[in-house]
Design a protein around this ligand. Structure first.
Ligand code: ZN
Ligand code: ZN
Length: 418
């Protein structure tokens, strides 16, 4: 039913090359012949599997929210925490922006994303198509900001750190969170974006001059085409600025103001990178003794306690990835400015890497939120967020937006003077 016609003419979203997508057999993939970007994944044609898994993830997320996640006990006193306890804790301590970020990434967006995805896939199944393109565009846009799996790893790091000072147990909600995240990740492996897009109808509306537009460019003899930046539909370039007939996004040949917006975001993130690393992100109180830790001392503490794998994860996520993103984007911006043709494929691959791993830097923010929620035993053991954490979260979010606003096709245009 949803087997897509696989001779479609497509434009690679990373390098812009217009090419014919070959017929892809089951469990095979198709890559861009110029930059190696995956154009058709092994899950092509599937709708029922991602729908069932997304439903399972949503159903498991409900008990993960209402049931307690963790219980800690120290010197006869005990505390339990829920998925939302960290958000409340940060808010109470006066870190309203951090509480909002944690609340959005770990609680609100997973629900919105899963409900949206289920709505889109169910509509395809039932043959209801109006406005599904617009809904799917928003669902795909939310994906990088929905960080359930990163929150789970944050919970695990916090759990390991707590075990060093207090007794800690995983409760029903914690196991449901683990199962919900597993179902979500499985759903992601079964979801093929192009299958959904190709199952959606196109809307043709007349503009104020009575012209019907934009038309899909499928023949090789068609005039210059532009690819929708959201759903990758190839349409006639004459209609730049009008709405995409499939997903209703405004059509642009390249993302508007991509270079200047990305450069501004990277500059702001560089400035905030200094306080994010120099200022403490967390203050821990143990028997009246107060100790503030920065990002790097947090990693050293994990090493000191022989938690090597966790130390490596946190070191990569908090120190290496933000720096890689900032330096990588600066390199890409400078190379584009100079019209350089050196290492174009390498640069494009590097961009895909930093785009994929970028959101993992939020681990430290989630660790702090869990510790703040649980470690509240007065002078005996207490955790408080510190100002460096806000600067760090800002760096992560600014660099995440920068990878969204940057258009890798500009790097490929630059040497040709396009
Ligand atoms: Zn390509
Ligand atoms: Zn579109």
């Amino acid at each position: 039913m949803f087997t897509a016609e696989r001779q479609a003419r497509v434009a690679c979203p990373d390098c812009g090359l217009v090419q014919r997508l070959p017929a892809v057999r089951r469990r095979h993939i198709a890559e861009c012949r110029r930059c190696g970007r995956l154009l058709a994944g092994p899950a092509a044609g599937r709708v029922d599997a991602p729908l069932a898994l997304a439903l399972a993830a949503l159903l498991l997320l409900i008990p993960a929210t209402v049931e307690p996640l963790l219980r800690v006990a120290s010197h006869g006193a005990a505390r339990i925490s829920w998925l939302w306890s960290g958000i409340a804790g940060l808010w109470r301590e006066g870190f309203a922006p951090l509480a909002t970020i944690v609340g959005a990434f770990s609680l609100a967006l997973p629900y919105i994303y899963l409900a949206g995805l289920i709505g889109v896939l169910l509509s395809l199944r039932l043959g209801l198509r109006p406005h599904v393109g617009l809904a799917f565009r928003w669902v795909m846009r939310l994906r990088p900001w929905m960080m359930l799996e990163i929150f789970l790893v944050g919970c695990f790091v916090a759990y390991s750190r707590l075990r060093l000072v207090v007794g800690v147990h995983v409760l029903e909600g914690g196991w449901c969170l683990l199962a919900a995240t597993a179902a979500l990740l499985l759903a992601m492996t079964q979801l093929d974006e192009r299958t959904v897009w190709e199952a959606l109808p196109l809307r043709y509306e007349r503009d104020q001059h009575g012209r019907v537009g934009p038309h899909v460019c499928q023949r090789d003899s068609d005039p210059r085409a532009i690819a929708c930046t959201a759903c990758e539909l190839l349409v006639t370039a004459a209609h730049e600025g009008s709405a995409c007939p499939r997903c209703a996004a405004t059509l642009h040949e390249r993302k508007p103001h991509a270079f200047t917006v990305t450069a501004a975001l990277v500059a702001a993130a560089f400035l905030l990178y200094v306080p994010a690393n120099a200022l403490p992100v967390l203050t821990l109180v143990s028997f009246g003794h107060e100790q503030s830790s920065t990002l790097i001392t947090g990693v050293l503490e994990l090493i000191h306690n022989r938690l090597w794998p966790l130390a490596l994860i946190v070191f990569l996520a908090s120190i290496v990835v933000p720096l890689l993103k900032l330096c990588g984007l600066t390199w890409m911006l400078l190379a584009t400015l100079q019209g350089s043709s050196r290492l174009l494929i390498g640069r494009t691959r590097f961009f895909r890497l930093i785009d994929t791993v970028g959101s993992w830097s939020n681990i430290d923010v989630f660790v702090a939120s869990v510790l703040v929620a649980l470690l509240q035993f007065g002078a005996v053991a207490q955790a408080r967020a510190a100002s460096g954490l806000t600067a760090f979260a800002a760096v992560v979010i600014l660099t995440m937006i920068a990878t969204r606003t940057f258009d890798t096709r500009l790097m490929w245009d630059a040497p040709q003077g396009g």
